[in-house]
Design a protein around this ligand. Structure first.
Ligand code: DQA
Length: 144
């Protein structure tokens, strides 16, 4: 069975309560349930991980044994060379997702340090960024 790791970065544990006009009303549990539902229908198995700590995310990536990673690095998108290097070292398909369209927001969000090392990025579709991202990731894994 295809194994995928889903990583949520900092403050995404607050989804549903945090800046709802930007990030929507779904909680991380709702989003994970939706991802699981699609994963099951596509014959994949998902492990979910959320952390507010950069080093913990780096270790999770490094120690994971999966065929692909779906990640919303949240604010670390714009700052973390360490997460970028950890993803780059894995040499497996990775899809970066964002609930909001980071290019339509403040200028400091326009640059992703992660984007150059991932298979692709999906940004701006709310909860659907994750579900589209999962389908894209499974497609990339199966195309390998
Ligand atoms: C985000 C966008 C980031 O700029 C922000 O720091 C987040 C969430 C998104 O999903 O839209 O925390 O990754």
């Amino acid at each position: 069975m295809t194994k995928v790791l889903v990583i949520h970065g900092p403050n995404l544990d607050m989804l549903g309560r945090r800046e709802r006009q930007i990030y929507g009303t779904d909680t991380i549990e709702n989003i994970n349930n939706e991802i699981s539902r699609i994963a099951v229908s596509e014959g994949a198995d998902c492990e979910f991980y959320q952390s507010n700590h950069e080093g913990d995310i780096v270790e999770k990536i490094g120690h994971s044994d999966v065929q692909g990673i779906l990640i919303n690095p949240a604010a670390y998108t714009h700052t973390s060379l360490a997460i970028r290097d950890a993803l780059s070292a894995k040499e497996i398909p990775v899809v970066e997702v964002h609930l909001s369209n980071i290019y339509a927001r403040e200028e400091f969000r326009h640059k992703s340090l992660i984007a150059p090392v991932v298979t692709g990025q999906i940004s701006g579709f709310g909860k659907n960024s994750y579900t589209f991202g999962l389908k894209a990731l499974l497609g990339a894994i199966h195309a390998k």
